[in-house]
Ligand binder design. Structure first.
Ligand SMILES: *[C@@H]1O[C@H](CO)[C@@H](O)[C@H](O)[C@H]1NC(C)=O
Ligand SMILES: *[C@@H]1O[C@H](CO)[C@@H](O)[C@H](O)[C@H]1NC(C)=O
Ligand SMILES: *[C@@H]1O[C@H](CO)[C@@H](O)[C@H](O)[C@H]1NC(C)=O
Ligand SMILES: *[C@@H]1O[C@H](CO)[C@@H](O)[C@H](O)[C@H]1NC(C)=O
Ligand SMILES: *[C@@H]1O[C@H](CO)[C@@H](O)[C@H](O)[C@H]1NC(C)=O
Ligand SMILES: *[C@@H]1O[C@H](CO)[C@@H](O)[C@H](O)[C@H]1NC(C)=O
Length: 410
């Protein structure tokens, strides 16, 4: 085989070899259901998924108690309605930390307190209280000297981005609130948490600009290139994560880790929902985390996610679609165990094939035109789509719109 082939081969393979540190996979344990297994039973159900962390939507004492003396890390939440009181009175925050966290800590490994749910897009009247509530809780933790073990953050919808694409140009709305919030996260070493639903983005796009496989994280060779950064996106999830990283970068805080507080694909209740797709999506996301690979923009930080969700909660608005790894009677919706997930062969071979083809075409063009411009133009806006008779190349002038939100949990 030609020498140049091997040179190209090494160039492509080297940067895609996963790093050593892996990200972690968690699950969201919502309890808006008419009947649920006891928290003690839930610990066993969580264990059999192989996930290492759980997020709850409150600080329910029986749940915190049930996870005591397990190796499972807990992320707890402050409901939006409790935020004003925690912001206006520091001793309310101190009392809250004592009775909701300290009483169970450290037997229960609480690692993160998420103050509020998508406040910047859903809770306009709570917005002015958000940061002060976070600061009060943090200072109560600092008084107890547990602020480096227990981080304080909040969750966001992807719709706080000020534009829909491309990732590299995205920034945040609500600058007056977002800037001090980012300062707080950076200073305290807490993650920026975002809910990512590629399913909702795909529903808005209706397949006009990208195939469903792009939203399902299925490697089929469809790639979109950010025309500014020239980074290549093989799935929507990574493009959405990088849009958030870029926005944070635009505010000058490159040290903040972005983590995904919710992500998932409904198994029923919506068009495009199916058990097969839900399983495939969750497996692809978990593989991405466990591979230790970062995003195209931030390669050195592994991806952290909480899958939505542990149970199909029947008291959630049905218009949002039905999610869940378990039915509330403890039977599985589909098999899912992060310990048996293998790095996918398919995706690796597929990525390699697409990358090779891309490089070969670039080389041919360069040889033909002997002009550098040819290289630039082809890497700045091209996508590949596969047809029954092989690879077809299509130019993508516009990066597809990538924002979208599932809608509010009740
Ligand atoms: C956890 O373990 C500690 C020490 O062994 C014990 O004192 C405590 O009661 C246990 N907590 C629960 C909820 O089992
Ligand atoms: C703050 O809360 C404490 C106890 O919860 C109460 O004693 C105090 O009066 C409150 N302060 C204000 C300014 O509301
Ligand atoms: C919280 O608990 C700590 C440690 O037990 C105690 O020193 C502090 O007075 C408590 N604060 C409140 C507001 O109850
Ligand atoms: C979004 O913010 C960026 C950075 O501040 C800015 O360049 C861009 O014009 C904004 N876009 C919109 C649509 O407001
Ligand atoms: C649990 O509930 C699901 C959905 O309602 C049903 O399909 C399944 O058969 C039930 N499993 C058991 C063991 O009852
Ligand atoms: C890779 O694919 C081969 C055959 O297609 C299969 O036998 C093997 O188990 C796969 N390995 C992984 C890690 O998935």
């Amino acid at each position: 085989m030609d020498l140049w082939f091997w040179l190209v081969f090494i160039m492509i393979v080297a940067p895609t070899v996963p790093g050593s540190a892996a990200g972690t996979v968690g699950v969201n344990y919502g309890r808006l259901a008419s009947k649920l297994p006891s928290p003690g039973e839930v610990v066993e159900l969580v264990r059999s998924l192989g996930v290492t962390k759980v997020r709850i939507y409150d600080t329910d004492a029986t749940v915190l108690q049930a996870f005591a003396n397990t190796s499972i890390e807990l992320t707890v939440s402050v409901p939006n309605n409790d935020i004003p009181a925690l912001a206006t009175n520091i001793s309310t925050a101190q009392n809250w930390v004592n009775s909701s966290i300290l009483l169970f800590y450290p037997q229960t490994k609480v690692t993160t307190i998420l103050v509020g749910y998508e406040v910047l897009t859903a809770g306009q009247h709570i917005m002015p209280y958000l940061l002060t509530a976070m600061e009060n809780i943090h200072s109560a933790l600092a008084t107890l000297k547990i602020d480096s073990q227990v981080k304080v953050s909040t969750t966001h919808s992807l719709n706080i981005l000020n534009m829909t694409s491309p990732p590299s140009l995205c920034s945040f709305d609500h600058e007056a609130i977002v800037r001090p919030l980012l300062q707080f996260l950076s200073k305290t070493g807490a993650p920026f948490m975002v809910n990512i639903y590629t399913f909702s983005t795909f529903q808005q796009d209706k397949g006009r600009n990208f195939p469903e496989s792009f939203a399902l994280l299925k490697p089929t060779g469809f790639v979109v290139v950010d025309p500014i950064s020239r980074l290549r996106y093989e799935n929507l999830f990574l493009a959405q994560l990088d849009a958030v990283y870029s926005a944070i970068d635009n505010f000058g805080f490159s040290d903040i880790q972005v983590a995904v507080s919710e992500t998932g694909w409904p198994f029923t209740g919506k068009s495009g929902a199916s058990v097969r797709k839900s399983r495939s999506y969750n497996q692809h996301v978990a593989r991405l985390c466990l591979s230790g690979a970062g995003t195209p923009l931030v390669r050195d930080r592994p991806i952290e996610v909480f899958i939505y969700s542990l149970f199909n909660e029947d008291l959630q608005p049905s218009s949002l679609g039905t999610f869940g790894l378990y039915f509330t009677n403890k039977s599985r919706v589909f098999d899912f165990d992060t310990r048996t997930l293998q790095p996918s062969n398919d995706s690796y071979a597929e990525c390699l094939r697409v990358s090779l083809t891309r490089i070969i075409i670039q080389m041919r063009l360069k040889l033909r035109h002997r002009r550098f411009e040819a290289h630039i133009s082809i890497s700045s806006g091209i996508s590949f789509s596969r047809t029954s008779n092989g690879l077809r190349i299509t130019h993508h002038q516009l990066f597809p719109a990538i924002t979208g939100s599932r809608g509010k949990r009740s």
